[in-house]
Every structure is written in C-alpha cells, then in structure tokens.
Design a protein around this ligand. Structure first.
Ligand SMILES: Cc1cc2nc3c(=O)[nH]c(=O)nc-3n(C[C@H](O)[C@H](O)[C@H](O)COP(=O)(O)OP(=O)(O)OC[C@H]3O[C@@H](n4cnc5c(N)ncnc54)[C@H](O)[C@@H]3O)c2cc1C
Length: 478
C-alpha cells in the first residue's frame, strides 16, 4: 500500500531535529514533503531586517540539503501561502498539511483561514505547539487566567515538565517521478535568493541548524557558566547570541533547555549553578512574552496599560532621526545603535538603554523604536520586541510604574572602561574614559561627533511631570 502523502510547512522552525510537528508527522507517514513559502508581503515589508532575511534565506538553503539527506525534499514557493498551499496539496495529491503553531495575531488569523480553506477542500490539517517549552494554554494562574507578571510566571514555568528534544526524521519517501509536471504553474523557486547582507568577519550568529548547535555547545561549555557575571557587560561575549537561531528556529527550545540541564548537572560551584539558572530565566522571558502576546493580541497594537494611550508624545522628527542614525551625542546610546545597524544585533543591556532614552529622554512614542528595531534586528520577534519596548516604556506588564535609565550611569556600571563605546564609535577612541561615559565631551575632542541633542536631567524632569499630569487626570476621571 502506498503511504498517504503529507506536506510539512516550515515557518519559524527551520530545522529537522527537535521539531515536534515534523517528528509527529514522520511517525504517521514517511511520505513527507517539506514546503516553505517566501511570501513577498513578509519579505519586502519594512519590518523585515536585511540581516534577518539573510539568516532566514541561508538557513532555508541548509534545510533543503537536510531534507535531501533525509530522503525527501523541501519545496520552496514564492507567493501567498493561503493561495499556494491548498493548490500545492491538491497538485501533489496530499492527504493533509501540517505545521507548528505561532503566537503572532496576524499569523494566527491567517492560519485559521488557511486551515478552513484546506478543510473545505477535504484535506486534513495538523497544527500543534513546538516553539515553546511550555505552550501558552498549558500554564495559567490559580484563577485560570493568563500570567501578567513575570516573577510568578517564572516560578510556575520552571516547575512545568519540559519535553526532551526529538530526533530528525530519516528514511523519508520522496515525491514520485514527474512531480514537477503535476505542479503546473505553481511558482516554484529552486533556492532562496542570496541576500546582500554583509555579516562581517565574525558574525555573532550563523545561519543553519548545524551552526546553531555548534554555537549552543560552545556557549554551554564556557560563557554559560559565567553568565550571571558577564551577561550585562556589552563589551564581553557573555551571552549566547542564540536569539536569531531561536527566532528563525534553527535551534529548538528543548535542545537549548537540554544543554542547560547538562550544564547544571556538572556545575562546579554555586556561582555556575546560579548562572545556568539565570540563563534559564531568559528562556522563560522569551516564553513569557510569547504567552502574553498569545493571550493579549491587543499588545501588538498599542500600550497594555490604558493610561499610556493618552500620553502626549512629542515625536520630534529631528530627534527621532538623530536616534535612528546613532547621532544623539550620547556615546553609549550611539554605540549601541551602531552595533544594531552594522551587525543586526544589539546587546540586551543596550537595548534597554536606547529604548529608555528614546521614550523618556526624547519623549518619542515607543512604537517608533519598536518598528525601527524590527527593521534592523536579526532576531526581530514581535513578542520579544514588543515586550521589551513596552517594558522600557513602562506601558506594559511590568509592575513598576515608571522606570527611567540614566545613560551615563548605565555606561559607568556596565562599560566602565569604555571598551564597548570605543569599539562602535572609533572616532571617540582618544576621549578620556570619564568623558566618554558621562557624554560630557569637549567640542574639540569630538570633531564630527554631535553634542548631546537633549539634556538628560531636564528631559527626565519633564517626562516625570507629563506622566504625573496624565496620572492625576486618569485618577480624577476614574
Ligand atoms: C527593547 C527590546 C527589544 C528586544 N527585541 C527582541 C527581539 O526582537 N527578539 C529577541 O529575541 N529578543 C529581543 N529582546 C530581548 C533580548 O535583548 C535578546 O533576546 C537578547 O539580547 C539576545 O541575545 P542572546 O541570544 O545573546 O541572549 P541570551 O542572554 O543568551 O538569552 C538566551 C535567549 O533568551 C531569550 N531572551 C533573552 N532575554 C530576553 C528578553 N528580555 N525577552 C525575551 N527573550 C529573551 C532570547 O531568545 C535569547 O536568545 C529585546 C529586548 C529589548 C529591551
């Protein structure tokens, strides 16, 4: 008997190993064909960072090879998945289409429409969770409500059982000869287009499943054990750099978790154990923001706390442009923005600093920063980015009402020798460290580099006054 053919649609899971949906389908039938859809609506949007496009394209290229090694193939199509997948399934006589679920509101709506279209055609659909260690519906508070605060979420999340990684499928059955003819006019692409992104000599993250695994192993063998001490120092290679791999899905979360369990089992000190736990807390932040977006899709459209809907943002276009061009005159802010623009990645500590600066020093709506990050981040992820921006703006699920970072204090604490600032602003290499950190650089010391566009103390006072007025108005009307 001929095994029924299924299609497996890769989205943010560009790997064969530790892929729950693919593993489950391979247990149903070896007649599996992979498919990925290059959707111009996604790829050309301003939200698709060139670095992410490159990472995704190269990862797909590797995935095509892996499908061949597993005995079948990954078909690449270009167009709208809602149109193409039903047509492809029909053309290949497939019994159904399987994929892993996502939390993003627009993706979920699209998936619902697509599932209905496939079912109307008499095809089956299989969609379950893969990208999270703990699926969003599985973890609710005692009152059966979603978590809104990270602390209790982490404590409950940590206690949840976590699945082991599953192996990559092998011995799959390829399409029968002549399959190309069956596709007719469907827009098949032989390989992903080469994206013109210069990742530099030592890219932080390399595309593909094999590179992600190597990077995880190297991190687990060394920096993970010192993570707690080094994770906040942007000049140090103290974090995993795995965010793009986790975002594009060249690394599965169970594999990351298993590496942390192995590391925990052979820690040599309490410090090492603490470091592994702190790293696990970051994996939990990733899941916290994803479950938040899943349960509160309105986060994608604006502030979580209603007060912020009425904040009188100044949105000065010149100031926004200065921030976007890394020309604010505040060295730690400009260094961090240059790192993002040049590499597609920015250290987490610096993401918090530049976000706070945009919102609370420049008094610009955080959504401008959110969009700019999405257009530049190699790891651009709606849930993490929106969560990070709302946290920094104080408009999100953070219980602290107003959090303001002083860039000079942050620089002095986390880049005390100015190594990070000098790396990204070489034109200021000669400036004395104290001046680099404070930002008080004499005009002759900074030819071509701007003076600070605003004064932090003044802006902070101004922002607090605006916030107080808004809070009083909100209290008065409630
Ligand atoms: C304003 C702002 C925007 C952000 N935008 C994104 C984004 O678009 N995509 C993204 O993946 N992360 C985002 N982050 C979170 C964080 O900065 C990055 O995940 C982290 O810097 C990635 O580096 P790493 O892989 O070395 O992390 P590690 O320190 O090694 O952490 C391991 C993994 O945990 C996850 N993680 C770590 N910190 C966070 C966090 N605060 N929130 C959610 N997940 C986290 C990431 O998947 C990361 O790879 C943002 C943070 C802020 C403040």
């Amino acid at each position: 008997m001929v095994a029924p053919r299924w299609l497996f649609w890769h989205r943010r899971d560009l790997r064969l190993a530790d892929n729950l949906g693919l593993h489950a389908m391979a247990a149903v039938t070896p007649a599996l064909t992979g498919v990925a859809v290059l959707d111009p609506a996604d790829l050309q949007a301003a939200t698709m960072a060139p670095s992410r496009r490159w990472f995704q394209g190269e990862s797909l290229r590797e995935l095509q090879q892996r499908w061949r090694q597993a005995g079948s193939r990954l078909l690449l199509l270009e167009g709208d998945p809602e149109v193409l997948l039903p047509a492809l399934a029909l053309a290949l006589g497939a019994r159904g289409v399987a994929w892993n679920r996502d939390v993003e509101p627009l993706v979920r709506q699209r998936d619902r429409r697509l599932a209905e279209a496939l079912q109307r055609q008499g095809l089956q659909v299989a969609a379950d969770w893969d990208q999270l260690l703990v699926p969003p519906e599985q973890l609710l508070t005692g009152a059966a409500a979603p978590y809104r605060v990270y602390g209790p979420y982490w404590r409950a999340w940590e206690r949840q059982p976590k699945a082991d990684p599953v192996p990559a499928p092998t011995d799959l059955h390829d399409l029968p000869d002549g399959w190309e003819l069956a596709l007719g006019a469907l827009p098949l692409v032989a390989a992903p287009p080469r994206e013109p992104w210069n990742a530099g000599d030592e890219p932080l993250a390399l595309p593909g499943e094999a590179a992600a695994l190597d990077q995880l192993q190297a991190f687990a063998a060394g920096p993970l054990r010192r993570y707690d001490d080094c994770r906040n120092l942007p000049a140090e290679p103290g974090t995993s750099g795995l965010s793009a791999a986790l975002r594009i899905g060249t690394l599965g979360p169970r594999t990351a978790w298993a590496a942390s369990s192995e590391a925990l089992a052979d820690c040599r000190s309490e410090e090492e154990e603490r470091s592994v736990t702190v790293w696990r807390q970051e994996l939990a932040w990733r899941e916290f923001y994803q479950q938040a977006l899943f349960h509160f899709p309105e986060l994608a459209d604006g502030p979580y706390r209603p007060l912020w809907r009425h904040f009188p943002w100044e949105n000065d276009p010149d100031r926004l442009e200065a921030w976007q061009q890394a020309r604010t005159g505040v060295p730690i802010v400009d260094a961090a923005l240059r790192q993002l623009i040049e590499t597609g990645w920015m250290h987490n500590r610096c993401r918090m600093v530049v976000a706070s600066y945009l919102v609370k020093d420049l008094i610009i709506d955080w959504r401008c920063g959110e969009a700019f990050f999405m257009a530049h981040e190699i790891d651009g992820d709606q849930a993490a980015n929106n969560g990070g921006w709302q946290w920094s703006a104080s408009s999100g699920m953070d219980p602290r009402p107003l959090r303001i970072f002083n860039p000079a204090t942050q620089a002095a604490r986390f880049d005390p020798d100015g190594v990070y600032i000098r790396r990204w602003l070489p034109e200021l290499r000669h400036v004395a460290t104290a001046d680099l950190l404070s930002g008080a650089i004499a005009p002759l010391e900074r030819p071509g580099y701007p003076a600070p566009i605003v004064d932090h103390r003044q802006q902070q006072a101004r922002f607090k006054a605006m916030y107080a007025t808004l809070s009083r108005a909100a209290d008065g009307s409630s």
